[in-house]
Design a protein around this ligand. Structure first.
Ligand code: UD1
Length: 451
């Protein structure tokens, strides 16, 4: 049973990734806002592995630093494969760091769509070696799984396969779960007399079969094992991941009229009975409670919204936006580091940054918090029930007391007492008949010019 066994994962990432045409290491490219390798690490963790070793090449210093900097929550070690001599050699480089598990789950760092439930099936299989296979009508490039009496006995790489083998549609997905006691000897038995002169990891299947070691097979969908090598592959992985995320939110009770136009981050959380209108984009770190409405063309990242909040259309909510229950953010409103309390409203054309807006306050159209003086950011505090007239500039640091009124078009700084009225509008000046005189003067000048 899986409960009593101890699993560790080895994730291979030492490949050059040159086809990505990028200075960024391949496995650090993001899918749904998360680096590919972290999708793989997370899937392995969810499947129950206790420890993960990542195989990198000697020059991938940035990759190692980058992973370790983000990996404080993970039990991770880094192995270095001195030369890229093949997937079998890469696993060998990781073995001394892989601990003392019962089984080792071997994965590729460029497969962001690997599902935890597929990995659970693999580690739960009682065979000494469990392969991951998939059926496809377009098997070119993949290793083919050779079966005898329905049992896998070998994997032959596409480049080494004869015509008959190339017709096989059962392909190697790459991942393997292997009895840790048997793995070192199997790896030591690998040779590189093949089309690529590499030590192929899949060759351990042939070696295991020759030694009567039990071999099992888990079959998954082709997309689960998709390996990303190019920017086209990255876009394909993103599209597939978005479909999964859309389905997950629909299954959780989120309404979407056009889910295919909504883009989620891997970590987006949305409560049931919330509804998302078309063309919304979620960046990382968004948590939305239930019964929240997000109208079309809104963009959110780093947002926490309580029950009953209404957002958009065309709202841009940035990092550090906190919306209390029933708060309303309307069209063309941008917020950043803004705590907008229960039932407060910012309905039209505003920028609210580095601000606290009290319960039930009303921020009129066009109000701007002037939070930045070119050097520092300053705070705007608006009390509960305050009313900020349209087109006001709140020049931070500024504190407006509970229930205060700010006259429209005011420029306010400093502190305004609770329940006061504050306004900085210039007095109205009206000159009767001025425009008639002005036009006459202009017409005469034009006539003079024409002569
Ligand atoms: C591999 C399998 C193939 C399978 C396919 C599924 C081998 C020999 N072939 O081929 O049967 O159908 O996956 O996608 O395993 N890597 C290293 N060090 C190396 C070589 C590779 O760390 O020396 C890493 C790469 O960074 C990559 C992974 O191993 O993450 C897979 O290597 P790759 O060369 O892409 O194997 P495939 O051609 O995809």
């Amino acid at each position: 049973m899986t409960e009593s066994l101890n699993f560790s994962a080895i994730i291979l990432a030492a490949g050059k990734g040159t086809r990505m045409k990028s200075d960024i290491p391949k496995v650090l490219h993001k899918v749904a806002g998360l680096e590919m390798i972290f999708h793989v690490i997370n899937a392995a963790q969810s499947a129950g592995v206790s420890h993960t070793t990542i195989v990198t090449s000697p020059i991938q210093v940035d990759l190692r630093d980058n992973i370790l900097a983000k990996a404080s929550d993970y039990n991770l070690t880094m192995a270095v494969q001195e030369q890229q001599l093949g997937t079998g050699d890469a696993v060998k480089a990781a073995l001394p760091l892989a601990g003392n598990p019962d089984k080792v789950l071997i994965l590729f760092g460029d497969t962001p769509l690997m599902r935890p439930d597929v990995l659970q099936q693999m580690v739960g299989d009682s065979s000494d070696i469990t392969l991951l296979g998939f059926m496809t009508d377009t098997p070119d490039g993949y290793g083919r799984i050779i079966c005898e009496d329905g049992k896998p006995i070998a994997i032959i790489e596409h480049k080494d396969a004869d015509e008959e083998t190339r017709h096989i549609k059962l392909c190697n997905g790459g991942a393997l779960a292997v009895n840790a006691t048997l793995l070192p000897d199997l790896l030591n038995g690998l040779e590189n007399n093949n089309a690529q002169s590499e030590y192929y990891l899949p060759d351990i299947v042939r070696l295991a079969h020759a030694q009567n070691i039990s071999i099992g097979l888990v079959v998954c969908q082709q997309e689960d094992t998709l390996g990303v090598d190019t920017k086209t592959g990255l876009a394909k992985a993103e599209a597939l991941m978005q479909n999964r995320l859309r389905q997950k939110h629909l299954d959780n009770g989120v309404s979407m009229t056009a889910p295919e136009t909504v883009y989620f981050s891997y970590d987006t959380q949305i409560g049931p009975d919330s509804s998302i209108e078309p063309h919304c984009i979620f960046g990382v770190d968004v948590k939305i409670a239930s019964e929240v409405t997000i109208k079309g063309f809104s963009h959110l990242e780093g947002v926490l919204a309580e029950t009953g909040v209404q957002i958009g259309p065309y709202a841009r909510l940035r990092q550090g936006t906190r919306l209390g229950a029933g708060a309303k953010i309307g069209n063309f409103v941008e917020t950043k580091k803004a705590q907008i309390m229960e039932d407060a409203k910012v309905n039209h054309l505003s920028y609210i940054g580095d601000a606290y807006i009290g319960e039930g306050a009303n921020i009129g159209a066009g109000t701007i918090t002037c939070n930045y003086d070119g050097y520092d950011k300053h705070l705007t505090e608006i009390g509960a029930g305050a009313f900020i007239g349209s087109n006001s500039s709140l020049i931070a640091p500024v504190k407006i007391g509970d229930g205060a009124y700010i006259g429209s078009s005011s420029s306010i700084s400093g502190e305004i007492e609770a329940e006061s009225l504050a306004l900085t509008r210039a007095p109205l000046k009206e000159i009767e008949g001025w425009s008639v005189k002005f036009r006459m003067k202009k017409t005469k000048t034009d006539e003079a010019k024409d002569k």
